[in-house]
Design a protein around this ligand. Structure first.
Ligand code: NAD
Length: 271
């Protein structure tokens, strides 16, 4: 259902890889809610070609940008304003990658070159995006910037590996930069801490199926889907949440405040 929540708003959406991506669902929902936006992803992800279908469906243009490259991001910000005909109202950072996770290196046996690359892609890129937007004065007042995160930033999930540290860093950047963005530009910055979700990035984590079903059974409302995450993100881009900033917002069916559920207890006792 559409409520015209983003009518007249302009944005940049990072990270739509395929139709499972949280960013893909967010782009579809933003389009339904009346927004215009530019889609962006790493040049290597572009070659897979699927983002073109999304661009067509949402009447959007695509600007490739490696989120670790200041040059690419600055170009993206400048070109987006040209394409959209003015400043930006919302930005979604939906980017995550760990080479240690991908290559099965455990947390206690890191390849630090890979660790550094993962931090640059998954966390520092958020600082780079915000710094580029801030310096170019590219955000409209009462604009909204959102990045996606996971609860391993606060609690231990051993197989989430170095991504846990990257998410802690990402959430800290949201608060620190959010202060300056709020004070100087009246722009809000938040992170959404999403349930495990079956996407390319999510499924790459060792034991992901276990993660998914454990969270499902622990959460009173069950896991939040990618589409539900998109819906929540739309509310944060809308004018209905103008004074929400510097927050890490759990969107996880209640998982983050649970100790144990009856379902988990029953399956534990039956063993
Ligand atoms: N899937 C989950 O279980 C889950 C849970 C909580 C949070 N998140 C977070 O949600 C966000 C989106 O992930 P997703 O689950 O939709 O998976 P996804 O694999 O669809 O999206 C990850 C995106 O990051 C992009 N990316 C990687 N390196 C990049 C670079 N150098 N420059 C620009 N883009 C780059 C990829 O191309 C891809 O589009 C990530 O931050 C992820 O950590 C995911």
């Amino acid at each position: 259902m559409s409520y015209n929540l983003l009518k007249g708003k302009k944005g940049i959406i990072f990270g739509a890889l395929d139709e499972n991506s949280i960013a893909w669902k967010t782009a579809e929902r933003a389009h339904e809610e009346g927004a215009e936006f530019v889609l962006t992803n790493a040049p290597i992800a572009m070659r897979m070609g699927q983002i073109n279908q999304l661009a067509e469906k949402t009447n959007s243009q695509i600007i490739p940008a490696d989120a670790t490259s200041m040059e690419d991001i600055e170009n993206l910000v400048e070109k987006s304003m040209e394409i959209l005909g003015g400043k930006i109202d919302f930005v979604l950072h939906s980017i995550g990658m760990s080479i240690n996770v991908r290559k099965g290196k455990s947390y206690t046996d890191q390849n630090y070159d890979w660790t550094q690359k993962g931090t640059d892609v998954s966390a520092m890129s958020f600082h780079k995006v915000m710094q580029s937007l801030y310096k170019a004065d590219a955000m409209n007042e009462w604009g909204s910037i959102v990045a996606l995160t996971y609860m391993a930033a606060q609690r231990v999930f051993p197989d989430y590996n170095d991504m846990a540290d990257n998410k802690a860093y990402l959430e800290s950047i949201a608060r620190s930069f959010g202060y300056f963005f709020g004070r100087d530009k009246k722009v809000r910055v938040n992170t959404i801490s999403q349930s495990p979700t079956p996407t390319t990035a999510g499924s790459g984590v060792k034991g992901f199926e276990g993660f998914l079903s454990y969270a499902e059974e622990m959460s009173p409302l069950g896991n939040a889907t990618a589409l539900e995450c998109a819906d929540y993100t739309i509310t944060l881009f809308s004018d209905l949440t103008k004074k929400v900033t510097l927050q890490n917002l759990f969107h996880d069916g209640g998982f983050s405040n649970m100790g144990v559920s009856t379902k988990i207890m029953e399956s534990f006792m039956s063993k």
